[in-house]
Write a protein that binds this ligand. Structure first.
Ligand code: ZN
Length: 349
């Protein structure tokens, strides 16, 4: 892939420095980005860090607020390690979603009616939430975020629930956005603690291939209906020792996707190291960014104009669930902030 120019790597300015809507989390993200990330080109850390960033910054005992304003181990409403490790026999969709559904209500967040399907004579639900941020200056930007497409990666869904909780507390972080969130895209796989759906299919190889899988058909209908400006898929990789991401669209939106993925990875590095290997998951990788990916992954229909940004964000699944959850949250907050910045500086997006 052609080198991607990250705007502030050239200008030397943090993208957040001109962000005027900087109350709450945005200010924290800006501060975090300026201090921790700084202006530098796309690159991995020179050496693998000894311990996780948090441990290097004072160890697990340093449980004070992180630079993003919340701390691992202080999640409160998301008992991620419990839920992620729930044995198969104790798994229910209601229990998975309970931390969010029982949290304080918000005028911004609506749990929409779920997408229903049958599998082996049982009825299942693919839950949907919609978060409508405060009005921005222009038309709302529609973002779709999808998690637990692989049933044995519930940390991804928990990360998405965590993000929604964050937005409930800090709606300004989503100013100008309408976010459709699908935290459990493979309920039968989750219930069975398997990557594949109960049918035996890997759902993330079935998109736009005339699949008969009901979950895929329902999600394809959502992707067609909403014509998202951006799509983020969350996954966990038990063969990776660090964070990485795919530019998972059909290339036409790759520059925008790369401009969002790199800062998302940097923000998530507050919680977990990045995988800087030259090959990840069988693909060429540079700085934890993979510009090609499998056929049949969840992505936009090919006739959406303008082409959306499309990112698949992966955490190392052997890491503590709480760190993965925080990494997902930090990445998603950063993607919103970066997209808003790029829009503000008038790039053709
Ligand atoms: Zn996966």
């Amino acid at each position: 892939m052609k080198d991607t120019t990250i705007p502030w790597a050239v200008t030397g300015q943090s993208p957040f420095s001109s962000d005027s809507g900087s109350a709450g989390v945005m200010a924290r993200v800006a501060d975090f980005t300026t201090r921790v990330i700084g202006p530098r080109p796309l690159a991995c850390r020179a050496e693998p860090p000894a311990g996780t960033p948090k441990e290097r910054n004072g160890g697990p005992a340093a449980q004070g607020p992180s630079t993003l304003g919340f701390a691992p181990g202080n999640l409160g409403m998301i008992p991620s390690s419990d839920v992620a490790r729930t044995p198969r026999s104790g798994r229910t969709l209601a229990r998975f979603l309970e931390p969010l559904d029982s949290s304080a209500g918000s005028a911004h967040l609506v749990r929409q009616s779920g997408l229903l399907f049958d599998s082996d004579g049982e009825s299942h639900e693919l839950p949907r939430y919609q978060f409508t941020g405060p009005r921005g200056g222009g038309d709302a930007v529609r973002i779709g975020i999808f998690a637990t497409v692989h049933g044995d990666e519930p940390e991804s869904g928990l990360g998405l629930l965590r993000f929604l909780q964050e937005l409930v507390q800090r709606p300004d972080a989503a100013e100008g956005f309408v976010i459709n969130a699908y935290p459990m895209c493979n309920p039968t796989g989750y219930l069975g603690a398997t990557r594949h759906a109960r049918s035996g299919k890997d759902l993330n190889r079935e998109f736009w291939r005339d699949s008969r899988e009901p979950e895929v058909r329902l999600l394809e209908a959502e992707l067609r209906r909403h014509q998202f400006h951006g799509i983020v898929s969350l996954h966990c990789d038990d063969t990776s020792h660090g964070l990485y991401g795919f530019l998972s669209g059909r290339n036409s939106g790759a520059v925008l996707s790369a401009s969002l993925l790199e800062p998302a990875l940097r923000a998530a590095e507050e919680f977990l190291p990045r995988n800087c290997d030259s090959r990840i998951d069988g693909f060429h990788a540079r700085g934890g960014v993979l510009s090609t990916c499998y056929d049949g992954v969840l992505r936009a229909p090919d006739d959406v104009r303008p082409p959306p940004f499309e990112i698949t964000f992966e955490t190392p699944q052997h890491a503590a669930a709480v760190r993965q959850v925080e990494a997902f949250n930090a990445a998603l907050l950063t993607i919103l902030a970066e997209f808003r910045y790029l829009q503000a500086i008038g790039q053709n997006i």
